[in-house]
Design a protein around this ligand. Structure first.
Ligand SMILES: Cc1ncc(COP(=O)(O)O)c(C=O)c1O
Length: 446
């Protein structure tokens, strides 16, 4: 056994971080450990632990922001709910790609969709008396649960793996029947599993949200990135699947980070249908001094949190959205690269004894996208995280995502260009040689 990274260095850096278990480390903790191992060993890892875009930001967004800065917007407070032109373009974007009409008044930028998620949790769990709980359809983005904890909001979760298709109805209803669920949250496409809900499933979620008066928080962090379909033409079918087709009880949380490669700018979008935005809640007043949901959102939550999004940044997104909405910039085409990488990388893993954990979308093969999930016989996910570190590969355990598939890891393709594929393949071949199926020799810490 001769792993490519010196085991002494790996163990030393794991110990130096003082974590109870490296396999249960958060994304950012693992990121730090891998940086430290890379520095100490002078070996470059195949970095699959963190979902950061691996592509350049669109020049049109960069130029629009520079222009705005030069014009002096930096000295002026932006409106809390966004500059009017941007609100109109967000509304147009939602119409063009989801085929939903939402008034620009209730379309606004947020500081990353992360802030959008936070505000949505804050407002939906304080909307109706007796309804304060969030139900996460997992696996999910671990940070969303941190947000619920920070807010002091109770939550429940279940792994959807065994409840695809019609089976979802009974499972969801078993929670909603309790009457205290304020919001249902999921990401679609899903981080970490890259599951994409079918229309049948979205219809079930929408129906039940209406019936039980709870709000669906639809996190579209990977907007348009199910590359099995071509969603790239504005205003033309096929439109991106959304729960918005099946209920008016929803909030759309759209990120610019991955679809537009603008993660560093921290700008996302929220869109709330008019009926919900203009509705009243009997539990809002103690928190927001109003009964009106939209008013609470903007003059309560947004005011208190960041009082809007940086002014120049809004102009950057505006420039980009104008080009996207007019069909002058094909954002889907720009990020398709991730799907190509996933296809190739999954094959290196499966050729070397790994399995894809979440492999199907209710009967259809799962798409190739930003993430995929892997396991290796004889290893738990927590063990596999550490064992792969000795082979210069980093990924996070699915256990940290609310998944019941404790054997699995989430692998992100964004940091691995084609130039690293030979390294990935060699390391996986070595891993397989060192771990022939059935014999479970492990280097990991005891
Ligand atoms: C499911 C999900 N939601 C939200 C976010 C955060 O997006 P943003 O960078 O726009 O804050 C991410 C980013 O990784 C994500 O995966």
């Amino acid at each position: 056994m001769n792993p490519p990274i010196d085991p002494k260095i790996v163990k030393q850096e794991i110990d130096a971080m003082g974590l109870e278990s490296v396999g249960m480390a958060s994304i950012r903790e693992l990121n730090r450990i891998v940086n430290n191992i890379e520095t100490a060993s002078r070996e470059k890892f195949i970095r699959m632990e963190m979902g950061v875009p691996g592509l350049d930001p669109p020049q049109i967004a960069v130029n629009s922001e520079i222009e705005a800065l030069k014009k002096g917007v930096g000295s002026k407070y932006p409106p809390f709910d966004g500059i009017p032109e941007l609100k109109t373009e967000i509304s147009g974007f939602v119409k063009n790609y989801l085929d939903k009409e939402i008034n620009p008044i209730s379309c606004f930028p947020t500081v990353g969709s992360m802030q959008g998620c936070f505000m949505a949790m804050m407002c939906t769990t304080r909307r109706m008396r007796g309804k304060d709980k969030i139900l996460f359809i997992d696996p999910g983005f671990p940070v969303n649960k941190n947000q619920a904890r920070v807010l002091g909001v109770p939550f429940e979760n279940f792994d959807v793996y065994e409840y695809r298709g019609e089976k979802l109805r009974g499972k969801l209803e078993s929670y909603l029947k309790q009457g205290d669920v304020a919001a249902i949250m999921y990401s679609n496409p899903n981080n970490p599993a890259w599951i994409c809900f079918t229309d049948t499933e979205l219809e079930i979620i929408g129906d039940l949200a209406t019936r039980y008066d709870c709000i669906v928080l639809e996190d579209l962090a990977y907007f348009g990135m199910d590359f099995r379909m071509d969603y790239s033409a504005p205003g033309q079918p096929p439109f991106i699947p959304t729960v918005a087709r099946y209920t008016e009880n929803y909030i759309l949380l759209i990120s610019s980070s991955k679809s537009f490669s603008l993660a560093g700018q921290r700008i996302g979008m929220t869109a709330i249908p008019d009926s919900l935005f203009n509705s009243e809640g009997d539990n809002l007043r103690p928190w927001f001094n109003t009964d009106n949901f939209g008013y609470a959102y903007i003059f309560g939550a947004m005011y208190a949190l960041s009082s809007g999004v940086s002014h120049s940044n809004q102009y950057g997104l505006l420039g980009l959205l104008k080009a996207v909405n007019r069909g002058e910039y094909n954002f889907v085409e720009e990020v398709k690269e991730y799907g190509d990488r996933a296809r190739a990388m999954k094959k290196y893993f499966t050729d070397n004894g790994f399995h894809i954990v979440y492999d199907m979308d209710d009967g259809q093969k799962i798409a190739d996208g930003f993430y995929f999930t892997i396991s290796y016989p004889g290893f738990t996910g927590v063990e596999l995280v550490e064992e792969l570190l000795y082979y210069g590969i980093s990924a996070i355990s699915l256990t940290t995502t609310g998944s019941d598939r404790h054997e699995g890891l989430r692998a992100c393709v964004s940091q691995t260009g084609k130039d690293r594929f030979p390294d990935l393949e060699q390391r996986l071949v070595r891993f397989r040689e060192d771990h022939p199926k059935g014999s479970d020799f492990k280097i990991i810490h005891s």
